[in-house]
Design a protein around this ligand. Structure first.
Ligand code: HPA
Ligand code: ZN
Length: 339
């Protein structure tokens, strides 16, 4: 293990941008397909991995929605979430705020209740065993109508005690945040936190809409915010967190090389930028791979990585006392020697 890998491996961190369906590994996809009698358009695990070459977000989403067809039972959602938690426990992840896409399941005849019960049971019991706390965010699919999002929110109402926030994901271009103004306003009335993917492929204008119209608490991705100096100043002043996903950006060609990734500029501008994996099974790495590969490409210092890890707690929905505790744990970790 290199010095960098050793430093990252024990650095306490939170993951704030993770689609649980995007943690479905090919081996598990085959296992679920077999036991549920679902046919897959792939012959082998190697065949699946070979299909994971994407030209853009839509190209990825088509494969992502096909992959999740194997998820049918509460046990599937439990095991999916359990596998993710066990994987990231080894990455010194101490807190996760995970997304799920209820409409991608209810549209296939899987009940909202089946999905949420499986995911939350794992978050509670496996999270407790591993010492990982969690929040759960349900995302609306933005390529569908606002009326569809309202129906999803209505299905969620009996389960609001299990849900911390709402988000917005799927095909960004042509589906601006303003399309979901009313349903986000309803989420505010219900006391939910709000986040939205913006500025991944969409323009800085979409980031403005997410902040000013949807009134989000943080921005998922946000890369294209850097195209507006005024927006960068605002994000810095208001310390609005960005949940940045380096390997996702590379695989979806938001950047052509990791050396061109904007993370260093974000940190230099004083933005509350965090490092996350997005859909680790599809993008070739979990959270620590994102930290180490980005640090190598951009020559980030241990100080930069400590800043990112601290930002992950500051930008989380944890209470401020917990955030302070994690910050001091990070400080004491960073002051020790790592080999
Ligand atoms: N962007 C938008 N929607 C998504 C993503 C993403 O990176 N991953 C899963 N759904
Ligand atoms: Zn995402």
């Amino acid at each position: 293990m290199s010095t960098l890998e050793a430093f990252v491996s024990g650095l306490p961190k939170a993951e704030l941008h993770l689609h649980i369906e995007g943690s479905l590994e090919p081996e598990q996809m085959f296992e679920f397909a077999r036991r549920n009698g679902v046919s897959l358009p792939y012959e082998s695990v190697a065949d699946i991995r070979a299909a994971y070459e994407f030209s853009d977000l839509q190209d990825f989403l088509d494969i992502y929605y096909t992959g999740m067809n194997v998820l049918l039972t509460e046990q599937d959602f439990y095991e999916l979430t359990e596998a993710y938690l066990r994987r990231v426990a080894g990455d010194a992840v101490r807190h996760v705020e995970i997304f799920f896409d209820p409409q991608a399941h209810t549209s296939r005849g899987v009940e909202f209740e089946t999905v949420i019960n499986g995911v939350t049971r794992a978050l509670k019991f496996v999270g407790h065993e591993l010492g990982i706390s969690s929040k759960l965010i349900m995302c609306f699919l933005r390529h569908l109508s606002e009326e569809d999002a309202f129906n999803a929110l209505a299905s969620a109402e009996p389960f609001l005690h299990m849900i911390d926030g709402v988000g917005l994901d799927s095909s960004e271009l042509g589906h601006p945040p303003s399309k979901f103004a009313n349903v986000f306003s309803r989420a505010t009335e219900l006391g939910l936190k709000k986040v939205a993917h913006a500025g991944e492929e969409g323009p800085a204008e979409y980031v403005y809409e997410a902040i000013d119209i949807l009134k989000v608490d943080r921005i998922d991705h946000g890369n294209r915010s850097l195209e507006s100096e005024v927006l960068v100043k605002r994000l810095a002043e208001e310390q609005i967190a960005l949940t940045v996903c380096p390997l996702s950006n590379l695989k979806l060609r938001v950047v052509s090389r990791l050396q061109d990734h904007p993370m260093k500029s974000m940190l230099d501008a004083g933005l509350l930028a965090t490092i996350n994996s997005d859909d680790p099974s599809y993008f070739g790495g979990y959270i620590n791979d994102n930290y180490t590969r980005l640090a190598t490409a951009l020559e980030l210092t241990e100080g930069d990585l400590v800043q990112c890890a601290k930002n992950s707690f500051t930008g989380s929905f944890l209470p401020s006392e917990k955030v302070k505790q994690f910050h001091s744990e990070i400080d004491s970790y960073a002051s020790r020697k790592h080999t």
